[in-house]
Design a protein around this ligand. Structure first.
Ligand code: ZN
Length: 288
């Protein structure tokens, strides 16, 4: 079974607040014109032309059995929500064998964020939490977010966090993507499962260090397939972390097939590759 632990269901069946046009303006207007045009065109296309069925077709085409679909709550910094918790829950309940819904909350909203997470899991059926510190502008290590980690722990859901710099958003704060900020939380809540997204680039060795030292910390290999040669694959294997490397793409920003062929090109031992493609995620997400 192939499981992708991080995709965005950007399509016309989801909600963009306040609107696609306004969200694009708020998020990308500070890019240099050429890049802004490219991103604006792509985002507008995805949210106005694509469908859930298109996503399923792309998964089928690449042989991806299941995918975690994520919401994105950027309320404090941009006043934008790209895909809501209700959207991912609704799409997943229409395709329960294909999609696993991950809620998003904005940690800067304090108690409201905790309540929103509890609602998303208990009422909507979300099965994970997705966060983007460099864009949401919060420091993962700050103890003021402890109640959020305690809620995730109590709800028995994994926390997926963007652990990389962020090229797509011009005013993101790269320092907040540094995976070492996760360390105090991993130590404080040893049963809280945390996935470091996007291979930890450019902090891939720091990411490796966290994953090999903390049984509750995982890494996903989404995005940056063009930099796979720099990833410490063999070091994960040598330090018995083969069970904590997870397949993911960040689709539709990166493709299923491209990511799978980049992974094949690394020529990992087939047992390790199988674990990455699905066995590890099935265990993390309790999928039979
Ligand atoms: Zn993403």
């Amino acid at each position: 079974m192939i499981i992708d632990v991080h995709i965005h269901p950007f399509c016309k069946e989801v909600t963009v607040t306040p609107s696609v046009e306004e969200a694009v303006k708020r998020m990308f207007s500070r890019h240099v014109p050429k890049r802004r045009e490219m991103i604006e065109g792509m985002v507008t296309f995805l949210f106005t032309q694509r469908t859930v069925q298109d996503i399923l077709c792309d998964m089928d085409d690449a042989g991806v059995d299941k995918a975690c679909i994520v919401a994105m709550d950027l309320t404090t910094h941009y006043g934008v929500e790209l895909v809501t918790n209700e959207d991912v829950a609704r799409i997943a309940s229409a395709h329960p064998n294909r999609f696993i819904p991950f809620a998003s909350v904005d940690p800067c909203m304090g108690r409201a964020a905790v309540d929103k997470l509890v609602h998303a899991v208990q009422k909507l059926g979300c099965r994970g939490l997705k966060l983007v510190p460099p864009v949401q502008h919060f420091d993962f290590s700050d103890p003021k977010y402890n109640s959020l980690w305690e809620a995730a722990l109590e709800l028995k859901i994994p926390v997926w966090t963007h652990a990389s710099h962020q090229q797509s958003h011009p005013d993101s704060d790269a320092r907040l993507g540094n995976p070492m900020l996760v360390e105090p939380v991993a130590l404080r809540y040893r049963d809280l499962k945390i996935v470091l997204g996007h291979c930890g680039f450019p902090w891939h060795w720091e990411t490796w260090s966290l994953v090999v030292r903390h049984p509750n910390v995982y890494v996903d290999i989404s995005a940056h397939t063009n930099l796979y040669n720099h990833l410490p694959w063999d070091a994960y294997a040598k330090y018995e972390a083969e069970d904590k490397v997870l397949f993911a793409t960040d689709y539709p920003l990166w493709g299923f097939k491209d990511t799978m062929s980049a992974l094949k090109n690394i020529n990992l031992p087939s047992e390790f590759e199988k674990k990455i493609l699905g066995i590890n995620a099935a265990r993390l997400l309790c999928i039979d």
